[in-house]
Write a protein that binds this ligand. Structure first.
Ligand code: S3P
Length: 450
């Protein structure tokens, strides 16, 4: 485990040929959000937890190493990862700074865990993570009693001194200024050690993987819409966290890349197997269906779903801002689908895209424009005029952003001249077998000799 061998390890000069179609079936690797939470919740639970089908990617490896440095005991037997937790609030101060690589989820969630403990931990990351705002968790975690020291305000490298070092962690009632499952999860994890009731209020709902997993461990959490249409997450502190066994389902966000590749190429038909069956996380598939994609979602006997996708003619739509939280990781690949569809795609409320592994709003706008697609960016609305015969022949710098790299590779399947991506190695953070999976499905992968 964690020794994934890709046939395409020297990926930087690879591109996807426009003479490809996709045929066959493929198992989708484990969900990144669930894999990281399984490690983090395993750390603060009591006893041994077992994780099957964990995603073997760089983000997950960095979170696993961090969890070990914080006191978790990890062993791997027969493809099952076992973690012995330290119990709530008992994490240890590591002897050295903790490197989080590219992982925003790992970092923000662990900041919450440390904030609620008596440990002192310094986190740092790669260039992309160093540029991402941490103030969104620092501000509320400070209100709970944690202290932060950083080189530049609200950025890594960052030292967090847990609130219980010299006092107690206070419960919090907090309305998040932006829809963010990472912020909500960080606050939930910190609230677990507080004395009293915490309430986290969101203007729009975000993914609930943290709550689901904690409930599975015996923690009581209330989640509901309030009368004024806010989304409330409420929990008492000092609850016992049981150990758990989980089989991580396939990642819908990963599946979306392969799905769009099949939709936009001619004579393709693929089956994507064992994907997490969750309406919120599957939103991209419902949107693609609405655009006219031939997609069939079937629940399987593992409680997951298998999704069949075929070549389709798409028509563009207006995607309202209220959908942005459920589609947040899918806008890059949705933009690729829109580029080949009929009509104008109008995607509203995309502000949060600016704070991802790169400024994705600018990156999509510039990347599509350079590839020969008429694109407009008006504040946080992106307008894409779909067309046939896309020029391509350009270079996209996707350094440190896996989803941008994967998306523009897929656009190259339908451009007249190939699109060359700088930064294909970033794909290892979430989908190390991206090129291998496409190759298994019949995509012609070529190397740029220039
Ligand atoms: C994630 C939440 C989202 C998403 C990220 C994973 C998570 O980020 O973009 O890839 O696992 O909680 P935000 O919560 O910051 O929007």
């Amino acid at each position: 485990m964690f020794n994934i061998k890709s046939k395409f390890s020297k990926s930087d000069k690879l591109f996807l040929s426009n003479k490809s179609r996709l045929i066959g079936q493929i198992e989708i690797p484990g969900d990144k959000s669930i894999s990281q939470r399984a490690l983090i919740i395993g750390l603060i639970s009591n006893g041994n937890s077992k994780i099957q089908n964990i995603l073997e990617s760089e983000d997950v490896i960095h979170t696993m190493r961090a969890v070990i440095l914080l006191g978790g005991k990890v062993s791997i037997k027969n493809d099952i990862l076992e973690i012995r937790g330290v119990g709530l609030g008992n994490i240890t101060s590591p002897p050295k700074p903790v490197y989080m690589g590219n992982s925003g989820t790992g970092t923000r969630l662990l900041l919450g865990v440390v904030a609620g403990s008596n440990a002192t931990v310094t986190f740092y990351g790669d260039d992309s993570l160093t540029n991402r705002p941490m103030s969104r968790v620092i501000i509320p975690l400070k209100k709970m009693g944690a202290k932060f020291v950083s080189h530049e305000e609200g950025r890594l490298p960052l030292t967090v001194i847990g609130a219980r070092r010299k006092g107690i962690i206070l419960p919090i009632e907090y309305t998040t200024p932006m829809p963010s499952a990472q912020v909500k999860s960080s606050l939930i994890l910190a609230s677990l050690t507080a004395r009293g009731t915490s309430k986290i209020i969101e203007k729009s709902r975000t993914r609930n993987n943290t709550e689901e997993m904690l409930i599975n461990c015996g923690v009581k959490i209330i989640s509901r819409y309030t009368k004024n249409k806010r989304y409330l997450t409420q929990l008492e502190g000092m609850q016992y966290i049981n150990s758990f066994d989980v089989r991580v389902p396939g990642d819908p966000s990963t599946a979306a890349f392969l799905a769009v590749a099949a939709i936009i190429t001619k004579n393709s038909k693929i089956e994507l197997k064992n994907i997490y069956y969750d309406k919120f996380r599957l939103k991209i598939f419902f949107v693609l269906k609405k655009m006219g994609a031939k997609i069939d979602i079937k629940k399987n006997n593992r409680g997951n779903c298998d999704i069949t996708v075929e070549s389709s003619n798409l028509k563009n739509l207006i995607i309202p801002a209220k959908d942005s939280s459920a589609l947040i990781d899918e806008y890059p690949i949705l933009s690729i689908a829109a580029s080949s569809a009929n009509g104008k795609m109008i995607m509203k409320g995309l502000k949060e895209l600016r704070f991802k592994e790169s400024d994705r709003l600018t990156a999509i706008f510039k990347g599509l424009s350079q590839s020969g697609i008429k694109t407009e960016l008006i504040k946080d609305t992106l307008i894409i005029q779909g067309r046939k015969n896309i020029r391509g022949g350009n270079i996209i710098n996707a350094s440190n952003d896996h989803r941008m790299a994967m998306s523009f590779n897929i656009l190259s399947l339908i451009t007249k001249s190939p699109i060359i991506i700088k930064g294909n190695s970033s794909i290892r953070t979430s989908f190390p077998l991206f090129f291998d999976s496409l190759s298994i499905l019949g995509v012609n992968i070529k190397r740029d000799e220039n």
